[in-house]
Structure formats: C-alpha cells, structure tokens
Design a protein around this ligand. Structure first.
Ligand SMILES: Cc1ncc(C[n+]2csc(CCOP(=O)(O)OP(=O)(O)O)c2C)c(N)n1
Ligand SMILES: [Mg+2]
Length: 1031
C-alpha cells in the first residue's frame, strides 16, 4: 500500500497515518462509475488531467478497484490485493505474460501471476500512455494537417504523416517529441505491442477497454492529427471535455452516407459555380469572392440544418464582405436576379436614403428548410465596412428575438457570426462581444462562430497580424471549443459544423469553427496578390479547387459518376443564366427588399408611417400618482432596504404628495406609463440599476438576504410589459452595439443605453458613426434607440465632463443655411432627420421626450445629454401640471419672466441649452437684470427648432442675440447653432458668443480655473457692452 500511497500522494497530500479507508473518504462526493465499456455521460467526479500533473491513473485504478475489484484489469486486482495484504514495496505487483497484438486474444487472456518486482515500470508505462493520450488531446491540433496549402502560418510542426495500422515509431518519434514537449515519457519501440488499459478520459477504445500502444497512437492520430484540429482541453468542465472527446475519438464516428456526400457535392457546386458565374459576367467588379473557401456554403448550411433539426427556427447571422453574396444566394436564398441586378450601375434607387454597396446589405427570409422540412427564418444583418462591428449588433438582435418569443434558453433563436482571420484576431470588439456571451441579460445562449481563415488579411501575413498562433485564440477566454479544420476536406468541415451545432444545442455556449483555407484571388478581384505574397500565390496557383478534388474523390468512390457531376453543374449554371436574364428587367433598386428586420404592422404596406402626428405625451394625474407611489415604496413583503435608500424613497414620496418630480422620478413616470401601454423597456449600461450618480435605484437589494432583489417598476400594473434594467459589462462598443441590435428587433420597445459618463461613448464611436447616425439612410432601417449621456462642466476634469455634443450635432443632416419649408415642424421635421439630439433642462421635458420616442409613428435614434448635478438641484423639479394630458415636449422653453412681459425693452436674448440655464438665471437675478436679458432654452437641438426660435428672436426686436454655453467654443453647440440661428433671422443680426474659449481638452483639471472660467462666461453673458466693439 505504501507504494500506492506514494503515487497517490503526488496528487493529494496524505499523512502517513491515513489508512486506505481514510484515503477513500477523500474521494469526491459524486459517484464514480468505472465500467469496462465507458459511457461519456457517466458521472466522473474529477478530471484527472486538469491538475497539471501527469496523471492520477493509479489512484483512479485504486478507487475503481475499491468499488468493484472486477472493474479493473486482473493485474491491478492482484496488485491491490497484495498491497492490501501487506506486501512489501515492489513485491505486490505480479506481471502478466507478454501480450500478442490481437485484441480478441487480449480480452480472453487470463494473466497469470508471477512474482516480479517491476511494478515501477508498469506504473510508469501506464502513466506514460495516459500522458501520451493527454498530449494528443491537448496538442494534437499542433500537428494536424490543417493548411490546404501546406505552408502553415502557425509555427508548429506541420509535417503530414500518413497513419497506417502498422505505426512505425521511428516515423512518429519526431512528432511525438513535439507533442509531448520533448519526450516520449520513456516508452519505446519495444512497448508498441504492449497492451495498455485506457483511462476514462478517452474514447479511442470504442468498446475496448485496453489497446496495444501501436493502436492507441494510430487512433489518436486519426482523431486529432488529420484534417481536424480540436482545441478544447482548456475547458474546465469535465462533461464538456468528455462530450468533445467522444465526438472526435470514437472510432469510425466520421461516417457519411452516399446521400450526404451527394448533398455536400451539390452544395459545393452551387458555391463554386456562383462565384464563377459572377466572374464570367462581371470580371472587373469587386465582389469579395469566396474562391479558396467555397466550403463555407456547405458549412453554414450544415450548421443551419443541424440547428433546425434541434428545434431552432430563426437564425440571425452577421458576416463580413468575404463570400457575402454567395451566402445571400446559397444560404439565405435571396433571389439571384435581385443580386445580379445590383451589378447594373444604371439601376435607380427607389427608396429614400443613400443606400449602400451590395456586399453590405442585409436580408430577411422565411422559408422551409429542405433537410428538416421545418420552417426557418434567416436574417443577415446589414453591416458597415468596419470589420466585426456587427458582432454585438447581431447578438442584441438575437437576444431581442429570443425575448419576444419567450425563448429563455435559446432553443428557437440563435446567431451565427462569421469572421475573417485578420479581423477576428485584430478587432477588440470580438473580445467585448465574447464577454457578453454568458451574462444573464446579454447571453444569446451560444453563438456558432465561423472563421474564414484564408491566412491573410488584405496584404498582411498572420505573423504580422497577430501574436497568437491561431486567429481564434480570443475565444479561449470564454471556454469556447475551437475546431480547426482543413477547408479542402469538405467532409471534415461538415463534420465539425455538425458537432459545433450540436455543441450549441447541448451546452448553449459559444463554439468556433476555424476554416483553414486560402484566398485564390487578391483581396478583391482587382487586387494583385503576387506583389506581396509571391510564394503563397505560386502555391495557390497550383492548388486544385476543392470542388474538383471532392468530385474526383466521390467519382473514385463510385458515389457519383462524371455525367451526374456535370449535370449538377449544368443545372446550376442554367439557374444562374435564367436569373441573369430576368435581372435585366429590374430597373429599380428597392433597398427595402434588403431589410434585415421588418416590423410587420408598424408601417403601412408600402412602408410608410401610419400617421404624421404625435399624440400628447402627457399622463393623467392618477397614473402619475400611482407610479410615484410605487417608485417610493418597496412593493414586496419582508424586504429590508438600506437606511439611506429609505430616506431617498421617503423624499420621493414627499415629492409625489407635492405633485412634483425630480429627474429620477420623471424617468420613472415615463417608463412606468409606457410599460402600462405594453411597451417593453430595456435600460442597459454600466451601473444603470442604481445609477452612476445613485439617483435611480431601480433595483432594490435586500440587506439581509444575499442576491435578493426587487424591481418595483415590474410591480406597477397587472398586465404591464416587462421592464429590463441591467448593469452591463464594462464595455461601450460591445454593449451599445448590442442594444442597437436589440432595438432593431421591434418598434414597440424603448431601448436605452446609458454611458457611465457621456464622454465614454467615444469608445463606441463606430456604432454611432456607422449604425446609429446613418443606419436609416444606408439600410432603410429605422431604429429608436435612446442614448443617455451624462454631460456637464462641473469641475470634474477633462474626462467626465463633456459628452461631446459637437460630434453628434456635426452629424445631423439638417441644412444650416436653409429654413425648412414645413407646415408641421413638430413631427415632420423629426421624420426627416437622421436622429434627434436633445438637452432637457427640466424633468418634465425629459419625461415627455422619452414618451414621445414611442408615441411617434416612426423611429429615430434619440441622443439625450443628461444631467449630473441637476439630478439633485432644488430648482430642477417639475410639477405634475407640466406632465398632464395635453402637455407635450417643449422644443424651446421661452423666457417666462419680466423680460417676456416687456419684450421690446429687452437688450439681449441669451440662447442656451441644458444646465447652464440655472447658472444664468442665478446670475441674472443677482445682477437684477431680469427685465434686460431674456433667457431662451433650446431643448431640442436637432432637428433645429427654426420655427420657434424665429418667433423668439422676433419677439425681442431690440435685443442682441447671444449663444451662451459652458463648453469650450470649438466644442458644445456653438458651431451648430450659430449658422442656424442666423438662418432663422435671415442673417439680419450677428449671433454673439458667451462661453469658454477654444481648447484642446474638454475641461480644465483645476477646480479653481473651472470656477474662474465659469464666472468669466457669466460676466460676458451679462455685460451688455461685451460685443459693442465687435459690432
Ligand atoms: C475595422 C476595419 N479596419 C480596416 C478595414 C480595411 N479592411 C478591409 S478587409 C481587410 C482585411 C481583412 O482580412 P480578414 O479579416 O482576414 O478577411 P479576408 O478579407 O481575408 O477575408 C481590411 C484590413 C476594415 N474594413 N475594417
Ligand atoms: Mg483573411
């Protein structure tokens, strides 16, 4: 026993006094089953290899023997018996006679016992074999033949080795050295025909529990070192590891019927001939063809077929340029004529908007899946050039579709994301998106990622494009298995795609398929790749296309004959030709046909808003009171909230009694009322549940029970819509993209993303620039997402101050020099803008603008600069009266004081927006200038309220017009407002500026300077002589 203990002690420290009994008590609680025939689902309590030590094989044997002496090999039985009976070290083991290689003989063999002290060798050999098996599982992919070009970019030994039943160690020694990092664990030629008991962590035995080493190596080579490289041993879940081992190790598991092979061939024919057709017809057009990775089409179709078989009926996809047209044609099945007509430059655009290039457009299609005979909806999300930017958008849309159909586990709706090798490794958004994959409010319950790994990014080699061996290493952070596969082996590709889809439906976690392929042409069809990759492209020129290779294989196997193959080609070519003929009749390009997210019922049949009016956004007093009461209470029993929060709720209650609201309460009123009307609300962002400024408190935490929470907003009405409020990961790009995608799915939801501080939105700038601002113009797709961006110069330094209004305003599409000819500015102007930018100065206006967002008959993104100090400012309160039926959002709030009573006396009108209004009124009061200076608040900056401001300017005929802002002159609103204000007054007067001077940073880091600057701008604002000399 001593020897056994020594072995076991390597893994688990035991004291010398511990008996066998106490040792067995150390065993993990879960039951173990060691049967002769392993079953991957059998509970196994611990993963022997994860400890990083070589093996706990002996221990495993010992536990198994304790449970059932017959469950282990006879030689172990004798060994443990002897050891237990007190045999001295080295004498317990009795070796069996040498084995022949025949397994049948082996299973019948009775190993006789002869006293021999070579236990060390036996144990070491078994450990060595275990380590060898594990080495293949961990590193087999290093020596798999993944690269169709054979010039592997991965810096591993790539020497292809043919595996014959008669494994020759001399041939394998070098690769085994690579695999086992320097050694063969002491095994030698003479061990090749020895039979070794297989551990429970391998399935190479099939029904056999022991195999000769030669056969073990052969089977491991077959499983791990052919055209599939499986990377999974970093996954720290035993069941998942076992599942994967079983999928790749089980002998003969990769079998295809002739029917399956023919389907695969037909799919390859379509994929290949589609590109050839485009090339024939439009040889000088960019199309980012798939040549070199034609297998992508059967790969995607396999994932979709398998997922459909498992119950999925909606697949949302995102992909870059490469092969996009082919995917549209052959996976989503867009009519070919619709694709072909896009190559006609004379095509006229029929819809509003500026459109996009053909390989960016999205698509939505519902059809029958021919393989499963089930309905399936496929949606390809439109995307910009910015690689990987669509990843979180796809995830958000998927989450929303799951949410709206009650698919809480992702069994019906799933996403597939495609990537290029360079982009997958290079773009940080990939990482951000992966980190959303398992968060409760963001998970889509597993995404299948497919990488078109053509081993090049435009002109850049992988060795210059990434620091990791594979482009897929980023996926390891979320424990996603990665299946590398040689894209010139279509059956291997289809096999891993099946496994990937099954993985997703079994574990609901992400998985990656890495299609190692090549790019037959340049980056696009016009590019010359030989400039930069001469040798690679010499090799590519020699490369037989995969269709030809596979056809030859099937013909040689007798699965199809030459004629059938040629007929298949001719059939598809004819389909293309006929569609091409039809495409010539298309004179008009309907971008609407390329919509990825239709909103049935929201628009008229021809896609127009059902009205051009917006009802009052006011709310009746009873509802205001009710929401206010719930907002100031804890609507569940026995729930202890923090004392500080009790005080906050009490103050809220008092406000409700006084019929007033502050910012947080106004938001509550807007959300609560929309929920009553069946509008789902989702508020997401960093720390939004409490609110960065501790003002919101939408999630209450029981102070006595861990993780017990209450969301009063979900206790408002009997049949209300659900309210989702979720703290996000510390990401802007990923999370904003996600919420944008969520908002795409339905017009009947208010989806809001709040930045921690407004300036942090710049790490999500790509989503703003590429999707939110121009989305409708490019893709005729409306989106009502709301951005809440805390903004204000409050002495907090260069960061945390400015949400950069100038950037949003610069991207507004209204013409600064043209006074719009509209009879209804309220709604029409909104309909024509690309987004709405507001900075509310009162809670009531914030309430109205949120409600208006939903009550409008169309959707536009809404950017709101939200307050920080105003959240608690005693004057930043609104009365219920400003929120009652009949009230609405005020685009402009005119001066209501003495100045407005005698407007002709007024010497200056200060136009401003947001928080500075409170500084200005305070200063005006202090200077007793209420009759001299009017202060007009521009609440809706864009679209610019030309009509109302014209009225304001005309009301004060003798007054100077001044734009006042607390931001620096080259920032904030000035550059946007000035030309527009001038247009409203027909350029009759100058528009002066009172505010901070131009600066590089948004704010000073010095508190005193901040205050000095503020005082200076107030001085200018109220110095009536300030602009005299400039006039
Ligand atoms: C964010 C971003 N940066 C740069 C580019 C320009 N660009 C277009 S394709 C490309 C190479 C992409 O390589 P890879 O991801 O491997 O895809 P492939 O073209 O090889 O299929 C680059 C750099 C881009 N579209 N997006
Ligand atoms: Mg590439």
């Amino acid at each position: 026993m001593l020897h056994l203990r020594t072995c076991a002690a390597k893994l688990r420290p035991l004291t010398a006094s511990q008996t066998v009994k106490t040792l067995s008590q150390h065993r993990p609680a879960a039951p173990r089953t060691f049967r002769q025939i392993r079953c991957y689902s059998a509970p196994v309590a611990a993963e022997p290899f994860l400890s990083g030590t070589s093996s706990n094989y002996v221990e495993e044997m010992y536990y198994a023997w304790l449970e059932n002496p017959k469950s282990v090999h006879k030689s172990w039985d004798i060994f443990f018996r002897n050891a237990n009976a007190g045999a001295a070290p080295g004498t317990a083991y009795q070796s069996p006679p040498p084995l022949s290689t025949s397994l049948s003989t082996l299973s019948q063999a009775q190993f006789l016992v002869q006293a021999q002290p070579n236990v060390d060798k036996l144990v070491e050999d078994h450990l060595a074999v275990q380590s060898l098996i594990r080495a293949y599982q961990v590193r087999g992919h290093h020596i798999a033949k993944l690269d169709p070009l054979g010039i592997s970019c991965v810096n591993f030994d790539d020497a292809p080795v043919t595996v014959s039943p008669n494994v020759d160690l001399a041939v394998f020694k070098e690769r085994l050295r690579v695999l086992t990092v320097g050694g063969f664990y002491g095994l030698d030629e003479s061990d090749l025909d020895k039979v070794f008991h297989l551990p429970t962590t391998t399935f190479i035995g099939g029904n056999e529990s022991a195999l000769p080493l030669r056969e073990i190596i052969r089977r491991l080579e077959m499983a791990y070192c052919q055209h599939i490289g499986v990377e999974f041993m970093f996954i720290n879940d035993l069941e998942q590891c076992q599942w994967i081992r079983q999928k790749f190790e089980t002998p003969g598991i990769m079998q295809f019927t002739n029917e399956e092979k023919r389907t695969l061939l037909a799919r390859l024919v379509r994929s290949t001939r589609f590109e050839e057709f485009l090339h024939r017809k439009w040889s000088s057009e960019k199309r980012f063809g798939l040549e070199g990775c034609e297998v992508l089409i059967p790969a995607l179709k396999t994932i979709i077929d398998k997922s459909s078989e498992k119950g999925v009926d909606y697949v949302i996809m995102g992909m870059p340029h490469r092969g996009r047209l082919n995917v549209l044609a052959n996976v989503i099945r867009k009519e070919l004529e619709q694709i072909f007509c896009q190559f006609d430059s004379k095509l006229e655009a029929a819809d509003e908007g500026s459109g996009d290039v053909k390989y960016h457009l999205g698509m939505y299609h519902r059809r029958i899946n021919r393989v499963t005979d089930r309905n399936i909806t496929l949606s390809l999300v439109a995307n910009p050039s910015h690689l990987e930017a669509a990843d979180p958008v796809v995830q958000g849309k998927t989450k929303a579709e799951q949410f709206y159909c009650g698919d809480t586990e992702g069994k019906k709706v799933m996403s597939i994301l495609l990537h290029g090798d360079a982009a997958f490794a290079g773009q940080g958004i990939v990482y951000e998106t992966f980190h959303l994959s398992d968060l409760p409010s963001y998970t889509t319950h597993g995404t299948v990622h497919v990488v078109v790994n053509n081993q090049i990014g435009f002109t850049t080699d992988p060795r210059m494009a990434r620091s990791s061996p594979y482009p897929t290493d980023v996926a390891r952070v979320v424990n996603a298995p990665i299946f590398h596969v040689n894209a010139d082996d279509p059956e291997a590709v289809v096999y891993v795609c099946n496994v990937a889809a099954e993985w997703r439906s079994t574990f609901h976690k992400d998985v990656v398929v890495d299609l190692v392929c090549y790019r037959r042409n340049g980056h696009n069809e016009m590019d010359e790749p030989m400039f930069t990759q001469p040798l690679m492209y010499k090799q590519i020129r020699k490369q037989k296309p995969v269709l030809q290779k596979y056809a030859e294989l099937l013909i040689s196997q007798g699965v199809v004959n030459q004629l059938e193959y040629e007929e298949e080609i001719a059939k598809y070519d004819k389909i293309c030709e006929e569609a091409h003929a039809r495409s010539k009749d298309e004179k008009i390009l309907h971008i609407k046909h390329w919509l990825d997210s239709p909103w049935p019922g929201f628009f008229t049949l021809d896609g127009q808003p059902r009205s051009m009016t917006c009802p009052s956004t006011g709310l009746n007093e009873a509802d205001l009171t009710h929401i206010g009461q719930v907002a100031s209470s804890v609507p569940v029993e026995d729930f202890t909230i923090h004392g500080g929060l009790s005080r906050i709720l009490k103050t809220r209650g008092e406000m409700v009694k006084n019929r007033t609201v502050d910012w947080a309460l106004a938001e509550y009123m807007a959300f609560g009322s929309l929920l009553k009307e069946g509008i789902h609300i989702r508020l997401s962002g960093q720390d939004v549940e409490r609110g960065t400024f501790s003002h919101r408190h939408h999630v209450l935490h029981d102070q006595n029970v861990d993780k017990r929470t209450c969301i009063p907003m979900n206790h408002l009405w009997p049949n209300q819509a659900p309210y989702t409020v979720c703290n996000s990961s510390l990401s802007e790009y990923g999370v904003l993209g996600f919420e944008l995608g969520f908002a795409m799915a339905s017009p009947n939801a208010l989806v809001l993303w709040e930045a921690q501080f407004g300036d942090f939105h710049n790490t999500a700038q790509c989503i703003i620039d590429q999707f939110i601002c121009p989305g409708q113009a490019k893709w005729v797709r409306q989106n009502g997402i709301v951005l809440l961006l805390p903004h204000g110069m409050e002495g907090m330094g260069p960061e945390h101050s400015s949400a950069r209004p100038e950037r949003f305003l610069q991207m507004c599409n209204d013409d600064p020099d043209v006074f719009p000819k509209l009879d209804d500015f309220d709604v029409r102007q909104l309909y024509e803008c690309n987004w709405i930018v507001v900075n509310c100065s009162t809670p009531a206006n914030f309430f109205h603008v949120l409600r208006r967002q939903i009550l409008l008959p169309f959707r536009k993104p809404l950017i709101i600069f939200t307050p920080k100090s105003l959240l608690r400012h005693p004057e930043a309160r609104s009365s219920f009266d400003d929120m009652l039926p009949g009230t609405h959002f005020l685009r402009v709030i005119p001066d209501g004081g003495p100045a407005a009573q005698s407007p002709e006396q007024v010497k200056r009108v200060l136009f401003c927006t947001g928080k500075v209004y409170y500084d200005l009124t305070r200063e005006r009061k202090a200077r007793q200038m209420e009759a001299d200076v009017a202060i007009t608040r521009v609440e809706q900056l864009s679209p610019f309220p030309f009509d109302l401001l014209q009225r304001e300017a005309e009301k004060y005929p003798a007054a100077e017009l001044v734009w006042c802002q607390e931001e620096h002159k080259n920032q904030g609103y000035y550059d946007y407002v000035k030309p527009r204000l001038r247009t409203t007054i027909n350029r009759a007067k100058p528009v002066w500026y009172a505010g901070r001077e131009p600066a590089a940073a948004p704010a000073t880091g010095n508190k005193k300077t901040h205050l000095t600057e503020l005082q200076r701008l107030l001085d200018t604002a109220f110095n009536l002589d300030a602009f005299k000399d400039l006039a």
